[in-house]
Design a protein around this ligand. Structure first.
Ligand code: KG4
Ligand code: ZN
Length: 408
């Protein structure tokens, strides 16, 4: 029976923002295919335009799903369930994926599974649990959570959240939010600061690549001070673990101040004419919709002076240090037995370096997704659906998008 189950195939569908993605995952962990179509059109506007996103999803969904099946070498009839992102995300964008998934599940007579996008990001790490080892796979709690949970940072363009995550003996997962950004998501701050400096959209990967050519000035951006306070959080999903750990302390974060500091720096140092010239030059080189691979980076680099590269390195360092401080303080407070970091910004090379070194000092196991699974993709949706599939936690055929869907 167990063997039978481990062969089951879930088709995952993700359309919450500007990536249309479909993936076939076997047994919750083995990615047979993971097709991601990124919408380049938003680069013209320097940010995601919701109406355009819905239209692009409509165009892409059928060919993307077809390609995912082809690459996996399976037919529709071989699928055992269809999993789809139900939220959070853009309403129109979510609607495309959900409508497609509902129709497909109904047509095939297979169960439909609704997945929270944020839980998907966490499972982009957990799906590699076998290679991660004990702290990440052991059950944390029987009923209601008794032993140490994991601490998960989900950090992307739309979200920056800290969760306690615990696996029940039944194999399902429980979450409790213990921190979030009070303003911009960290990825949003990366993208906005990048735009201010005349970089292509999305700017996060460009900032990462360019920062390695600059030197961070740690005095430029001070640590963001957020008053940590008890909230009376009733934590309905994951119960508090012990009397000592019940102190509801939150680890909220803020990134808009760092972004505004970049704007002030630019104004103070009269950098705008150089920035406008750079943006025009990158456009002329055809880089405004490009990713910063080695060739594109070599083309772009001559258009950056040392002052700008140092500013980029300083900004990145400030964002990463703020994220690390909140994450490891929360891990200590809640006595986490391991830390996992996921979401688009977890692809950042400086973040991985700093988090890995702090985790080593704190003697905490730490895990990241592969870079391909860091940003939005459907494999993580199929992976997060797996425990629900086993528990027969299926969605009704009336499933609708929940743009503000919360986790924990
Ligand atoms: O997870 P994701 O694909 O979508 C959301 O759920 O938001 O994350 C996209 C975000 C963008 O803000 C992008 O700039 C950022 O992740 N990002 C990065 C890097 N790669 C992607 N930020 C910093 N460094 C990177 N290497
Ligand atoms: Zn995401």
């Amino acid at each position: 029976m167990a063997n039978d189950l481990s062969n089951r195939l879930i088709l995952g569908i993700e359309s919450s923002c500007d990536e249309t993605s479909a993936a076939v995952v076997r047994g919750g962990t083995e990615v047979l295919s993971n097709v991601v179509a990124s919408q380049l059109i938003h680069a013209d506007y320097g940010g995601v335009v919701p109406e355009l996103a819905s239209r692009e999803h409509l165009r892409a969904i059928v060919p993307v799903v077809r390609e995912a099946l082809q690459r996996a070498g399976v037919a529709y009839a071989d699928l055992d369930a269809v999993a789809v992102t139900a939220g959070p995300g853009l309403a129109g964008a979510l609607l495309v994926g959900i409508t497609f998934a509902k129709s497909l599940a109904f047509g095939l007579g297979k169960p439909l599974i609704a997945v929270n996008h944020l839980e998907g990001h966490i499972h982009a790490v957990l799906m590699q649990a076998d290679s991660l080892g004990g702290p990440f796979i052991a059950a944390s709690c029987e009923e209601g959570g008794r032993s140490a949970p994991l601490l998960a940072l989900v950090v992307s363009g739309g979200h920056t959240h800290l969760y306690l995550a615990a696996r029940t003996a039944a194999g399902t997962w429980l979450y409790r939010n213990v921190g979030k950004t009070l303003d911009d998501a960290a990825g949003e701050a990366f993208d906005k600061a990048a735009k201010l400096l005349g970089l292509p959209y999305p700017g996060g990967p460009w900032m990462d690549a360019l920062a390695t050519h600059g030197t961070a000035d740690t005095t430029l951006f001070p640590f963001t001070q957020i008053k940590q306070k008890a909230t009376g959080n009733t934590a309905p999903k994951l119960a508090r673990e012990s009397a000592e750990a019940l102190d509801d302390v939150r680890f909220d974060m803020s990134f808009s101040g760092i972004k505004t500091a970049v704007r002030r720096y630019v104004e103070l140092h009269a950098m705008q004419p150089a920035i406008a010239a750079r943006a025009a030059a990158l456009r002329e080189l055809g880089l405004h919709k490009a990713r910063p691979d080695a060739a594109n980076l070599a083309l772009a680099l001559p258009h950056f002076d040392a002052q700008t590269l140092n500013l980029i390195a300083s900004f990145q360092n400030a964002v990463v240090k703020n994220l690390a401080r909140s994450t490891f303080r929360a891990a200590e407070q809640y006595r986490a037995r391991g830390v996992l970091v996921s979401g688009g910004v977890s692809a950042n090379s400086h973040l991985r370096k700093i988090f890995t070194s702090v985790a080593q000092c704190d003697k905490l196991p730490i895990a990241f997704p592969t870079v391909a699974l860091s940003t939005d993709n459907a494999a993580m949706i199929a992976a997060a659906a797996w425990p629900k599939f086993l528990a027969e936690d299926f969605a009704p055929d009336t499933l609708e998008p929940t743009p503000q869907l919360r986790l924990g």
